[in-house]
Design a protein around this ligand. Structure first.
Ligand code: SF4
Length: 333
């Protein structure tokens, strides 16, 4: 069986990651949610900042919403961090400020799905449960040469059962070893089979074609939407608008969708496309100099310190910053 070889490989090859240093549910939870957004290397600076500001469930439960989204800026899927706060509040009220210890209980909390619950319960509390994410699905679809569409419920269930049946002690290390194998060796394109510790048990390697697995349905084409934004500038200040409470980028800060009435000067900004998971925004922008400031105009420093500007709006913000700086230099000459 492959488990022994996998664990031996993990002992030698596990990356020294800061959130693995102690088996602690809070840090595992934060790191697992962040790892769903981006590569481990890219998430580490976010993780360090987050843990520094919110070192425990209590501090997270009392977090200011704007501070929280500001820390998350650049990771995307802002609902995840909002759910983390809701989850922290639930833990304060129902579990004395701790995350519960079983996968079944963890799954009942906001924003904690089957995978995250399994990861926390097995890694922090040694509960013998699986943690099946995209990496593990890929490894098992290859290990058992599963050539059906892994997005189908019955195929996914079959893989989950195979993972459950394979669980080995210590489960905390076994689950992490599977994740690490998927991240470092059994990678999506060009899997490194020659360096794989479980090659001799891998059906796709022996009988099939690992690079064709897992089988997934063709992705639907993303919907395209045209968007126009007006970046209002008065002297060295920029107008920000908080987005509605629902919908894409809800509650975050962006620019005006209405053209202002009294424009002193208008400059066309460079168009760009922002890609979300299911939709693409084709974004046109205009910098509009106005001569009077109403509420919600802020300096560039204030914006960087206090507000969470989603990456969809950053190209317009950067161009506006440049424009303001160049204008200030011209005024001084
Ligand atoms: Fe993945 Fe190749 Fe290892 Fe099979 S042999 S588990 S396909 S890396």
């Amino acid at each position: 069986m492959f488990q022994k070889d996998l664990l031996k490989w993990y002992d030698k090859n596990a990356r020294p990651l800061i959130f693995r240093e102690k088996k602690e549910a809070y840090s595992i939870w934060i790191s697992e949610i962040m790892a769903q957004q981006t590569r481990i290397e890219a998430m580490l600076p976010y993780y360090k900042r987050f843990i520094q500001k919110y070192p425990d469930i209590q501090s997270l439960s009392q977090a200011d919403d704007d501070d929280l989204t500001k820390l998350w800026q650049g990771l995307g899927y802002y609902n995840r961090v909002r759910n983390m706060k809701k989850c922290a509040i639930d833990c304060m009220e129902r579990y004395q400020g701790k995350l519960p210890k079983t996968k079944a209980e963890l799954k009942k909390l906001p924003g904690i799905g089957d995978y995250t619950a399994g990861a926390i319960a097995s890694i922090a509390y040694d509960e013998k449960v699986s943690a099946v994410d995209g990496n593990v699905i890929r490894v098992f679809s290859r290990l058992y040469n599963i050539t059906e569409d892994v997005k189908q419920t019955k195929v996914r269930k079959k893989i989950e059962q195979l993972v459950e049946a394979s669980l080995a002690d210590p489960v905390s290390r076994y689950n992490q070893a599977l994740m690490e194998l998927g991240a470092l060796v059994c990678i999506p394109k060009n899997p490194r089979c020659a360096a794989c510790p479980i090659q001799k048990d891998c059906k796709a390697y022996l009988e099939g074609d690992p690079s064709k697995l897992p089988v997934q349905p063709k992705k639907k084409e993303r919907r395209k939407e045209d968007k126009t934004y007006y970046v209002l500038v008065c002297k060295d200040k920029i107008h920000l608008v908080q987005r509605p409470k629902t919908g894409l980028l809800s509650g975050l800060y962006g620019f005006d969708e209405q053209k202002p009435e009294h424009i002193v000067k208008q400059v066309e900004l460079k168009e760009h496309i922002h890609v979300f998971s299911h939709v693409e925004w084709i974004m046109k922008g205009y910098l509009c100099e106005v001569d009077s400031m109403s509420e919600n105009f802020y300096s560039i420093d204030q914006i960087h310190e206090q507000f969470s500007i989603p990456s969809a709006f950053l190209p317009f913000l950067k161009q506006t910053e440049r424009y303001i700086k160049e204008n200030q230099i011209c005024q001084k000459l």
